[in-house]
Write a protein that binds this ligand. Structure first.
Ligand code: NI
Length: 308
């Protein structure tokens, strides 16, 4: 017996709603405005315009950068490889993505034309030592030689001086790190996303899955452009991240974008005394340390002893 009443009520309500919606443009405006208020979406920067210079108040070591925006950096270590790196460059070029390559010096010397192409296509080149030794087992002169030879080989190959280094296996003593920073002006770059693509056998699907699940705003993703499976994983991995709203910057761009303006400290230099953009050694007075790091270096060292 309630059914006819219910039906009548439903029809009446539907008719009223219909009349309100069709008769009141205000209702439609309110409905449009709601999602924007609930989900504010700050604009991602145009990565083509982001600076490629490290800020003076950068940190000494990074495993990721602090940002709420979906800006990330993907990095490729241990190359260049004469076959796989050009294949990767094709994939990146098709997608308009810029990456950071942590190059091994002896490979730079062997394949300088690949390094030249990396830079010509807008990617960042960085220092990953000459022969990939464990720094913690080397004396200061050997570490300096490893980085100096590589720095010079990169400049010779492409004309661009690296601004960053990544210690092989992510392992470096704090005393070594301090000395490297003083000598070369490099911050140490680690990572927060590790697909362990060097483990064999390792499928492209596993590389994709790891990067898919670990990446968050400000991530620095570790990959190696010397493994087939890594290259095979890249089309779906890059397209997945892009579809989820992530945008790729080089590591230097990511650091520059996410470093807050210096609040404490000396006044900004006048234009006449500004550090030239191509100077690779920033003033050490602006460098500050990061307490996060002693932990990260130790962990990475232990983990990475098995990696290439
Ligand atoms: Ni490496």
């Amino acid at each position: 017996m309630f059914l006819p009443r219910l039906l009548a009520l439903f029809l009446c309500t539907a008719a009223t709603l219909n009349a309100q919606v069709s008769g009141s443009p205000l209702k439609i405006e309110v409905r449009r405005a709601l999602p924007a208020e609930d989900e504010p979406k700050p604009a991602l920067p145009d990565t083509a315009t982001l600076p490629r210079v490290l800020p003076a108040n950068r940190k000494s070591v990074y495993s990721r950068c602090e940002t709420a925006l979906k800006l990330i950096a993907i990095t490729f270590d241990d190359g260049p490889d004469p076959v796989l790196t050009p294949r990767l460059l094709d994939l990146l070029k098709q997608r308009g993505i810029h990456a950071t390559f942590f190059l091994v010096g002896k490979n730079v010397a062997a394949f300088p034309e690949v390094v030249s192409r990396i830079v010509a296509e807008g990617h960042e080149v960085a220092n990953h030592s000459w022969s990939h030794p464990l720094f913690t087992q080397l004396g200061p002169e050997s570490v300096e030689s490893q980085l100096r030879r590589t720095h010079d080989a990169i400049v010779k190959a492409c004309g661009t001086a690296p601004l960053l280094y990544r210690p092989p296996y992510g392992a470096v003593r704090i005393s070594q790190r301090t000395r490297i920073e003083k000598t070369f002006g490099y911050p140490a770059i680690l990572w927060d996303v590790d697909p362990q693509d060097w483990k064999h056998p390792r499928s492209a699907q596993k590389v994709y899955d790891s990067i898919h699940s670990q990446t968050r705003p400000g991530s620095i993703i570790l990959c190696h452009d010397i493994h087939e499976t890594t290259i095979a994983a890249m089309p779906s991995t890059l397209d997945d991240l892009t579809a989820r709203g992530y945008r790729f910057a080089t590591v230097t761009q990511l650091i520059a974008f996410t470093t807050p303006p210096e609040i404490m400290g000396p006044p900004a230099p006048s234009p006449a005394s500004t550090t030239p953009a191509n100077l690779t050694v920033p003033p050490s007075s602006g460098v500050r340390d990061d307490s996060v790091k002693s932990k990260t270096v130790d962990v990475k060292q232990e983990k990475a002893l098995q990696s290439p």
